[in-house]
Design a protein around this ligand. Structure first.
Ligand SMILES: Cc1ncc(COP(=O)(O)O)c(C=O)c1O
Length: 403
């Protein structure tokens, strides 16, 4: 079956966070929405077909993950990444973000510290602070228009903070984002080893958010953190989901894999009675996507690659003042607007007011995101072209009317 990702669908008035909050978020309705990580493509036909079939059995009572759902996850992870997981390691949650909050609460006491690598997906911040912990920022370094981990700084995060009242560090975990949102890095095996060795040597746990692990550009390979060694496996919480890969975020299901029984029991203890499992449609969708969604996914990845090539060439040729950080994975593009020399507020109003684009402001991802914005290119090519035409026009007008 050939999927047609070129069709522009109207998603307004469907209670879509991406398309039905434009006035509230950006002040106008005629914005092209390119912020939240949700794709403007219909789901794979096998997923819709499975949901249709499930709806025809009109009993929507309490539900659980059947063996076939667990089996679909185990097979998928082995097929894609050669990582063998056991059924009892899997916990289904309604999302990765609720799982992060749960994970941090289960590993810490108030006053403890968590390492994040900024700029990073901004819901990570409240998962630390609302758990009563503080953030230690192991800033990513931008070199030659690619981001890298700063391992020297990472080691230093475990030293006591400087000052007369310096106390031992209270770092209990580091949250890894792989592939990284928003900078698009697919961390290499070597980088993961260096990262993991530092964290584990300091008796902390790695929470590895791998939600974008199947959205990779040509030539890149994802390595699940836990698959590297049994020591890594025993000291981490891995978060995966079909939601980004198959565009199912509204169905709310993610797969949290915790090989270490003690860590898993603590995680379950914290969520017990508070965090429900996914709903029955979510399980149906996951199973269909993982078992029968690959034809759609292969075509989607081809399409995203085309979109990426297009934006890369367009910006280089037509808006050279803007720099694109080339992603290795994810459909989220990190754009550098610093040469326009706007402050945060002005960049934001330039993008919405002048260009008519709804991007995610870079400063939301941490201080070092100032001057950047994140753009979601998982849309039909015609929409991408229109958004870039708008961006070029806005930048050109700026050059004609400086100040
Ligand atoms: C890195 C990362 N983690 C988690 C999420 C959201 O996960 P969920 O919707 O399962 O809570 C996103 C969504 O964009 C993301 O980019």
């Amino acid at each position: 079956m050939k999927y047609n990702f070129d069709i522009v669908h109207n998603r307004k008035n469907t209670n879509s966070v991406k398309w039905d909050l434009l006035k509230r978020l950006f002040g106008r309705e005629d914005i092209i929405s390119m912020w939240v990580a949700d794709m403007d493509f219909p789901a794979a036909e096998p997923v819709t077909e499975a949901l249709r079939k499930r709806i025809e059995h009109p009993f929507y009572g309490y539900t659980k993950a059947g063996d076939e759902v667990v089996d679909a996850v185990i097979k998928r992870i082995h097929k894609k990444f050669k990582w063998k997981i056991r059924p009892e390691w899997i916990i289904f949650t309604p999302g990765v973000v609720p799982a992060l909050h749960t994970a941090i609460r289960s590993l810490t006491h108030p006053g403890d510290e968590i390492i994040l690598q900024q700029p990073v997906y901004y819901p990570f911040f409240p998962s630390v602070t609302l758990s009563g912990c503080t953030i230690r920022n192991n800033e990513l370094k931008l070199t030659d228009y690619q981001y890298e981990m700063d391992f020297t700084d990472l080691k230093n995060q475990f030293l006591p903070k400087k000052g007369i009242n310096s106390k031992p560090n209270r770092v209990k975990a580091a949250v890894l984002c792989n592939p990284h949102n928003p900078v698009g890095r697919v961390w290499s095996r070597n980088e993961l080893i260096r990262f993991g060795e530092i964290i584990l040597k300091n008796n902390a746990v790695v929470i590895s958010d791998e939600i974008h692990c199947e959205l990779l550009y040509r030539g890149y390979k994802h390595t699940p953190f836990a698959s590297i060694s049994s020591e890594f496996e025993q000291n981490c919480i891995v978060c995966m989901a079909p939601s980004k890969t198959f565009n199912l975020a509204g169905l709310e299901i993610s797969t949290i894999i915790i090989p270490n029984k003690e860590i898993r029991d603590e995680f379950n203890y914290i969520r017990e009675g508070i965090q429900p499992g996914p709903n029955l449609f979510a399980y149906t969708a996951l199973e269909a996507a993982y078992n029968d969604g690959d034809e759609w996914l292969e075509q989607l990845l081809e399409y995203l690659q085309e979109n990426l090539n297009f934006i890369k060439n367009y910006i280089k040729k037509n808006i050279p003042l803007i720099k694109m950080i080339e992603p290795q994975g994810t459909y989220l593009i990190w754009l550098d607007f610093r040469s326009l020399q706007f402050n945060n507020q002005n960049l934001s109003s330039f993008l919405t007011g002048k260009a008519g684009l709804g991007l995610d402001d870079g400063f939301l991802f941490g201080e070092s995101g100032s001057g950047f914005a994140r753009m979601n290119i998982a849309c039909p090519m015609a929409v991408l072209k229109e958004s870039l035409t708008r961006m070029k026009k806005a930048v050109d007008e700026l050059n004609h009317n400086p100040g």
